[in-house]
Ligand binder design. Structure first.
Ligand code: CA
Length: 226
């Protein structure tokens, strides 16, 4: 069971989310405006926050920023009214993990939430297993179906970064900063090329990837593919 904070000002939406999370065995805390959302995010120790962006009093971006400034690291799933790329990228850059666009199907939202909650069981070191794959973070080795597959340093770094944060959507800029650093001049296209070669090594069907998903107009997200 996880404790989920839902910050949402539309009563019908709030009720629907609350009932669904409760039915899935979660403890639910709710807030109907940004100010009480902010207070509960900072004091109620939720395991995950479902955060509407457009809220009375204090908006969702401010809550995101405040949570990360306090170095609270629970996952944050944003609810966006429109799939505007800039809104999503801004939220992700402020420290949100993922987003769904209204209207959404509740099953999709629950799947996203559960992917994010799995992060707590994902090792920061040791071995990450997904599908037929094993990523050994210490030995810097990758195996698929028990056979060693050689990854370039960038492919390994990219896979480690994404797989260490399952369910989190990363912008290309975040990936570049983390995996490439600022040592060389690269663009988002370099990320796309690296993702393409990585998929050819880890995915059963690189044309229909299940582990590294494309987040349209934004970047990429890792999923355990279950
Ligand atoms: Ca709203």
């Amino acid at each position: 069971m996880s404790r989920i904070l839902i910050v949402e000002d539309e009563p019908a939406m709030l009720r629907g989310l609350k009932d669904n999370f409760a039915a899935n065995g979660h403890e639910v805390i709710v807030a109907m405006d940004g100010q009480s959302g902010m207070e509960k995010a900072l004091s109620a120790e939720p395991d995950l926050i479902v955060l509407d962006l457009m809220l009375p009093k204090v908006n969702g971006y401010e809550i995101c920023r405040a949570v990360r400034e306090r170095e609270l690291n629970m996952p944050i799933l944003m609810l966006t009214a429109k799939s505007q790329e800039e809104d999503v990228v801004l939220g992700l850059n402020l420290g949100a993990d993922d987003y769904v666009t209204k209207p959404f199907r509740i099953r999709e939202l629950l799947a996203r939430v559960h992917a994010l909650l799995r992060r707590r069981q994902t090792p920061a070191e040791g071995t990450i297993r997904f599908g037929e794959c094993e990523l050994d973070l210490e030995a810097h080795r990758f195996q698929r179906n028990g056979v060693e597959v050689e990854l370039t340093a960038k492919e390994f770094g990219l896979l480690r970064y994404l797989a260490s944060h399952p369910g989190r959507a990363f912008t290309r800029e975040q990936i570049l900063n983390h995996v490439w650093g600022n040592s060389v001049i690269v663009t988002g296209r370099s990320v796309d090329r690296c993702v393409a070669t990585l998929r050819s090594k880890i995915e059963a069907d690189p044309g229909k990837p299940v582990f590294i998903e494309t987040v349209r107009d934004v970047g990429y997200r890792f999923d355990f593919g279950e």
